[in-house]
Design a protein around this ligand. Structure first.
Ligand SMILES: [Zn+2]
Length: 348
């Protein structure tokens, strides 16, 4: 048994005494870890109770990871962004039209300063085992290339800050075409904020595990999705990252896709001496037969996956993104976790 960690994400948290009951339910579903999905509003408004909730989870034996869910729309997720509400500028811009997008440009000093302050505040006050970089990406990624190969020409970010930085580094104005130099620039800048923030987090909490979760895409010779974190070697090699993680896969995709993504995830982690993590879809889309969840968990276990996470607690029950049979899915996930989690790591 390779699996040492099993968990779900948990959001909408406000009161420690209520969260405690949910954590008990997670442990009964064979989870030994939780990712607290914190919105910018949560971190701003509910901060005292976030600290208490993390203490409760840790006191019950759960590993606790913090996720600045949807921050600036740089990380994946549905939450709205306080940064975008409070800052009319510092947005990513479409390369072709020059229009501002509904996403913060994470290459601007304003957003980086904002993010570093949040990361340092979390590291300092919230008891936790690490931080989770949740699907970081540039805007417009899906238009560039989907797994079915659809392509488009537009990309981001070509805001004034990115243009200035590019020209300083390469000595000529930033092209409107996605040239190899632009690709290189976007990847380097995308990684820079991850590395700097991880270093700051670890400076405060040296034992923290920094998990970087990138989109599970094929990245073939012909089709690469331009989210900025598509070069897995580059991400896996970053010394500040401890765990290389890849996102959920829709159950309707063929088995070969599950095998391919998982093999490449484990290979990258092994190549750079990092931990690995794979995600399961535990909301919205469910397999026709819920037993498929067990098959996937066993496949990942057999392939050497150490950390298994699902988005999200109770199959998203009560949200617009709930799985059709959210609570049954949640129970099936719990059974699957029970079958693959090394008993040594199970919370008694
Ligand atoms: Zn920019």
């Amino acid at each position: 048994m390779a699996v040492k960690e099993t968990g779900v994400s948990y959001y909408g948290l406000s009161y420690p005494e209520h969260a405690k009951k949910d954590f008990e339910e997670m442990i009964a579903h064979n989870c030994n870890a939780v990712i607290l999905a914190l919105t910018e509003f949560d971190i701003d408004f509910w901060f005292p109770n976030i600290i208490e909730i993390a203490k409760v989870a840790k006191g019950m034996g759960l590993k606790v990871y913090l996720d600045t869910w949807g921050i600036g729309k740089w990380f994946g997720g549905e939450p709205t962004s306080l940064f975008l509400t409070n800052n009319p500028g510092n947005r990513q811009m479409s390369a072709l039209t020059g229009e501002p997008l509904a996403a913060a440009c994470f290459n601007t000093p304003a957003f980086r300063d904002y993010f570093y302050r949040i990361v340092e505040k979390l590291a300092e006050y919230v008891p936790c085992d690490g931080f989770f970089y949740d699907e970081p990406h540039y805007q417009l990624p899906k238009g560039i290339a989907s797994i079915t190969g659809g392509v488009a020409d537009d990309w981001s970010c070509r805001c004034p800050v990115c243009q200035r930085k590019f020209e300083q580094q390469f000595g000529y104005p930033m092209p409107k075409m996605l040239t190899p130099e632009v690709v290189q620039f976007r990847e380097n800048e995308a990684l820079a904020i991850v590395r700097e923030s991880a270093a700051r987090f670890k400076a405060i909490r040296p034992d923290a595990k920094m998990i970087c979760c990138v989109h599970a895409t094929q990245n073939t010779y012909y089709v690469t999705e331009r989210r900025g974190y598509d070069n897995w070697d580059k991400v896996g090699k970053a010394p500040e990252i401890d765990v290389f993680s890849t996102t959920i896969i829709n159950y309707s995709l063929p088995q070969g896709f599950f095998v391919n993504i998982t093999k490449r995830t484990v290979d990258i982690a092994n190549k750079y001496g990092k931990g690995n993590q794979r995600w399961l879809m535990g909301y919205f889309n469910e397999p026709e037969n819920l037993d498929r969840i067990k098959e996937v968990c066993h496949l990942y276990d057999d392939m050497g996956v150490e950390s298994l996470f699902a988005w999200t607690y109770r199959g998203g029950h009560g949200t617009v993104l709930a799985a059709p049979h959210a609570l049954e899915l949640w129970d099936k996930l719990g059974e699957a976790y029970g079958e693959v989690l090394d008993p040594k790591y199970k919370i008694k």
